[in-house]
Each structure stands twice: as C-alpha cells, then as structure tokens.
Design a protein around this ligand. Structure first.
Ligand code: IMP
Length: 435
C-alpha cells in the first residue's frame, strides 16, 4: 500500500467531543477501526437508526457490519467491562465477530480499580476537602499504566491465556499489592489472593481467547494488502499524559503521536488526521478550563447537549470554545481537517463567544499553557458573535445555515488554519454537513 492512506481521528479538547460519531461515519471508507490508547475510561456514544449505543472499549467502527475493530497494544483492557460491552452489543443485534484484542495490551485488574479509588480518597483527605483529587473515572487506568511501566506487576492479555505464567505473575501481584495497599484499604477488606484472581482472570482469558491476536502483524498484513485503517484516539489531546494539562490528564498518549507506540504502525501510514471539537468546550474531572461558564448559559448548553458523562454520568463542566487550546491540540496531533460537533446546541443563544488568546500576568498570548497549575492563571480574551436562531438539524449544506452561524464557522476555520470537514447539526449519523 502506498504510504499515507490511513486516517486518524482525535479529540482536540478534554474528551467527549463526539469522536464516536465521526469515527462511525468514516468507518464506511476504511477496513478496520483501531484503538491505540486509554481504556474503559473512554465513552463514545453513537446514534444509528435512532438507537443510542454507548461504547467504552470497543472501537466505534463496530456498528458498521464487516469491519474489523482492533484494540491495540497501547490500550489497557478491563476484560470484565469488555465482555459486558460485547454481550450488551450482541443482545442488541450488533455483529461483534470483528472485535480483535492485542495479546500485548495490558490488563486492568480489580486491584487497579481499588487503588484508583483509594488514591483519589487519599488526595481528598490530604486536601481536607473534595477537590483535592484528580477526578479520575476510577476505572483503574492510572494504576494499570503505572504497572505497565513497573513491569514486575503487569499482566498482559496474552498472559491470561497461559495458566502457569498467570499463576506465577499473580503471586507477585498479590505480594506487592497486599503490602502496598495495606495501609489504605479498609481493615475488613480481604487480602488479594492469587488463586481467587487466577480463577477470575483465567476465566476472562478463556472467554477472550478467540479474539486475541498479535495485532501488530495483523495491521501490517492489512496494510500490505492495500487495506485502509482508521485510528481512533480515546480521551483527547488535552488529556494526553505528556502534552495535556498535567497532572489533570489521563495516563496514556491520547494525541495522534500515540498511534505508533499503541499499535506498532508508523505514523507515515497516516495521510489524514481529523481533529474533533465541539462548537463549545466541556470537561469532566478536575483541572483548569479557562473558558468555563457557571451561569444559565452553561446550564442551557449542558441540558441541550446532554452533557453528562457516558462513563460516569457526571455533569460535565461547560464553557465557550477555546481556540487557543484547540489550535495547540491541532498542532500537536498534526491535524489536517476539523470535525466540529454539536453546532445545533448553540442555537437560540443571543451571543456566542470564542476565546482567541489568554491574558496571563498582564500580557496577552495566543499560546496554550500545557500545565495544570499554570493554566489556572489564564484569563480568556473573547471574541463575540451574534447567536443564530431556528432549527438547523435538517441542514446538510454549510451555505444553507443562518448567516451568523456561517460567520462563526468561518472564523473558527480561519483561526484553526485547516478546513472544517464535518459539521454536526444533530446526534444522528446523517445529521452532518460534510465537505
Ligand atoms: P482517568 O483516565 O480515569 O485516570 O481520569 C483522568 C482524567 O481524565 C479525569 O479528569 C477524567 O474525567 C478524564 N477522562 C478520562 N477519559 C475521559 C474521556 O474519555 N472523556 C472525558 N474525560 C476523560
């Protein structure tokens, strides 16, 4: 295959931008959808034929029959959640035979979820109030990636298939976890026991066995036979462990830079990178968000945009579009086009704003500040637009949008420096303006 015919889709904000719908639409033109990072912390909702599907670990392309949905080595897998998700999709008539799992993806064990919860509790206690924590999804993501880096206490999907190796590794896991967490777990909590974990995790392995593959070779075999891959970034660029608002980030490489390590496929195969962003901004969990609103407009956007977490149900923080942040993300992820989602949610507002710069310590900058504490000091510099009125959910051409909506889009496009490829005007697959 000539280089550069694959596509990557990545979030340009703090997650929940509507990547699921963008991936679902693009899946039609690709042969496999590949996840490269994150775990069950991610939540994508896709509406097909009026039915809403919430996906966490399974790549969004699964809703197109006949596509492979590959969970790459860079993902951390909670097998219990994955098996539940597969069963739920199957019970709704979705063909999940194309879901393939890397033997080198790391496993989230019950002790990782316990640790995630315990660490958040300790942070809360240390701060003396709620708000001292990172605000994780408590899905064990951070502790699982930490064990990947530790190596001695890591379990990979391939290990689940080999009883002897798994028994030996779990004995070590229990040795470390029982000692490390002893002071934090409630006294009545039973210690982790290798045989109990072996029964649980070995059982997961048996159920996953038919799906487990060396996905690096699988993907390269597909590339060699001219197939097109669609890489689906979970979480989002501003939650990237290296390039986001650290420490208020997740634990993986969410930016498109994570495709290589998370799949074994070089970025030179990617020709198109679509950055997905809402027509406004949301965030869940803690951390700075310069354009956050706390007024009736925020509540209106939250309700109209159904801004409640797919994974945790938490109400999302809401604010105006932050173009400083979005431009930074587009730069880091090498974006070639933008997918702007949820434009319809802004309908009916008298004024719409975007942030074009930050005022920090008396001077104005158009550069993002990828640091969870220093960014707190940034005050937005606004640009205001008249709002637009009237239902736009049936519009399929940009030229048919109200004039004020078009001015808003033109400004965003000019500022991002790359074309708007899709504009979402409703949740359905077809409620999209494409160009
Ligand atoms: P963790 O990934 O559970 O460790 O959470 C770390 C931070 O990332 C928290 O603020 C989460 O709310 C946030 N986060 C993780 N995944 C997502 C996502 O898919 N959408 C939005 N926020 C996320």
């Amino acid at each position: 295959m000539p280089a550069g015919t694959c596509t990557a889709v990545v979030g340009l904000q703090w997650g929940d931008e509507g990547k699921g719908k963008a991936v679902d639409l693009l899946a039609a033109e690709h042969d496999a959808v590949v996840r490269y990072n994150g775990g069950a912390n991610a939540g994508h909702s896709v509406v097909v034929g009026g039915t809403r599907y919430a996906l966490h670990l399974v790549p969004s392309g699964i809703l197109y029959p006949g596509k492979l949905a590959v969970i790459g080595n860079g993902v951390v897998i909670d097998p219990e959640k994955l098996l539940e998700e597969l069963a739920a999709l199957e019970s709704r008539g979705v063909d999940v035979s194309g879901v393939v799992v890397s033997d080198r993806a790391h496993v989230v064990g019950p002790y990782h979820k316990d640790e995630d919860e315990l660490r958040e509790g300790v942070l809360r206690e240390a701060a003396g109030h709620s708000g001292g924590e990172i605000g994780t999804t408590k899905r064990g993501i951070g502790p699982a990636y930490a064990d990947k880096a530790q190596r001695s206490t890591a379990i990979r999907v391939g290990d689940l298939l080999h009883g002897g190796d798994l028994r030996r590794k779990l004995a070590l896991v229990c040795e470390f976890k029982n000692r490390q967490l002893a002071g934090f777990r409630p006294v009545e909590a039973p210690p982790y026991h290798p045989e109990t974990l072996l029964a649980l995790m070995g059982g997961w392995g048996e159920r996953l066995r038919p799906r487990v593959r060396d996905t690096t070779y699988l993907l390269h075999d597909m590339l060699a036979s001219g197939k097109r891959l669609l890489f689906e970034g979970a979480n989002a660029t501003l939650l990237d462990v290296d390039h986001g608002t650290y420490p208020f980030v997740t634990a993986s490489s969410c930016a498109v830079l994570g495709v290589g390590p998370g799949t074994g496929v070089s970025e030179r195969h990617i020709g198109q990178v679509l950055g997905v962003m809402k027509a406004y901004t949301t965030r869940v969990g803690r951390g700075p968000m310069p354009t956050e609103l706390h007024d009736a407009t925020a509540e209106r956007i939250r309700q109209r945009g159904r801004e409640f977490g797919t994974t945790t149900g938490r109400p999302r923080r809401v604010g105006w579009l932050d173009l400083v942040a979005a431009r930074y993300s587009a730069m880091v992820s090498g974006v070639t086009g933008v997918v702007l989602t949820l434009l319809d949610v802004l309908e009916g507002l008298d004024e719409v704003r975007v942030c074009t710069g930050y005022r920090v310590d008396g001077s104005v900058t158009d550069r993002f500040i990828p640091d969870g504490y220093r960014l707190e000091r940034a005050e937005p510099v606004w640009r205001s637009f008249p709002g637009f009125h009237g239902d736009i959910s049936g519009v399929r051409r940009r030229s048919e949008l109200p004039g004020s909506a078009r001015s808003y889009l033109d400004f965003i496009e000019g500022s991002m420096g790359v074309p708007l490829r899709q504009i979402g005007v409703g949740p359905g697959r077809e409620q999209t303006i494409r160009s």
